[in-house]
Design a protein around this ligand. Structure first.
Ligand code: HEC
Ligand code: HEC
Length: 162
């Protein structure tokens, strides 16, 4: 089912680490809480003095810097705002699906806006995450194909487990 292919990407560590239940981003393939007590802050860009971009620059560092360095993107590293948390981590499939489609929870995005967002550097980074991080195994074209199939079917969600 197309949704299942989409779900598997959303809940891959490279995606869900910025989409946690709580206010700390996650890190690593085990999605553990981010070190240094980093928190979402009022706009998703971190707390005063601990903004994400203090450490996360405009791109991944060259491989010569080795592992465990902060990754980066040109459009500004950040996580969703407290108003629209867009939780991916530890969500049941049906609830994740419903949340994604609900404009009240996704920041007012319709299907076209959501599809457009998939071209954002925040998202494309997951396929080129830098040295020492597992890229998303689903090829990007397959993910986009699954997304479009799902959307064209009317974005059906699985029935919630009782
Ligand atoms: C560096 C943090 C970060 C990473 C990594 C990240 N996202 Fe996001 N994501 C965000 C932010 C921030 C938003 C809110 C929209 C914005 O600010 O542009 C968002 C919003 C979204 C949305 C739209 C909102 C909704 O309705 O749920 C989708 C879909 C999404 N991300 C998918 C992904 C996917 C797929 C990946 C992995 C390939 C990913 N994200 C990785 C930060 C991130
Ligand atoms: C004090 C520096 C610092 C600040 C501030 C900081 N980070 Fe990080 N971040 C790091 C480092 C270093 C790593 C890499 C850790 C590693 O690979 O072992 C990292 C890794 C991450 C990862 C893991 C990527 C992955 O998939 O494994 C995410 C997500 C992340 N940071 C999000 C954020 C967000 C969101 C903010 C702001 C709210 C932020 N960080 C603020 C230093 C920082």
């Amino acid at each position: 089912m197309a949704w299942e292919a989409v779900r598997a990407v959303l809940q891959h560590p490279r995606c869900q680490n910025c989409h946690p239940q709580g206010d700390a981003p996650l890190q690593g393939d085990d999605s553990r809480p981010h070190g240094q007590n980093v928190l979402r802050g009022p706009t998703g860009r971190g707390m005063v003095g601990m903004e994400c971009v203090t450490c996360h620059g405009p791109g991944n560092l060259p491989a010569s810097y080795g592992e465990h360095v902060p990754p980066g993107i040109a459009s500004g590293w950040r996580m969703p705002t407290p108003e629209h948390k867009l939780v991916f981590a530890n969500m049941a499939s049906a609830a994740l699906c419903a949340q994604l489609k609900d404009p009240a929870q996704n920041g007012g995005m319709d299907s076209a806006a959501l599809r457009h967002h998939l071209e954002d550097p925040l998202v494309t980074w997951g396929w080129a995450p830098g040295v020492g991080r597992t890229p998303i195994p689903t090829p990007r074209e397959s993910f986009l194909g699954a997304w479009e199939t799902w959307a064209s079917q009317g974005a059906p969600c699985p029935v919630a487990a009782p």
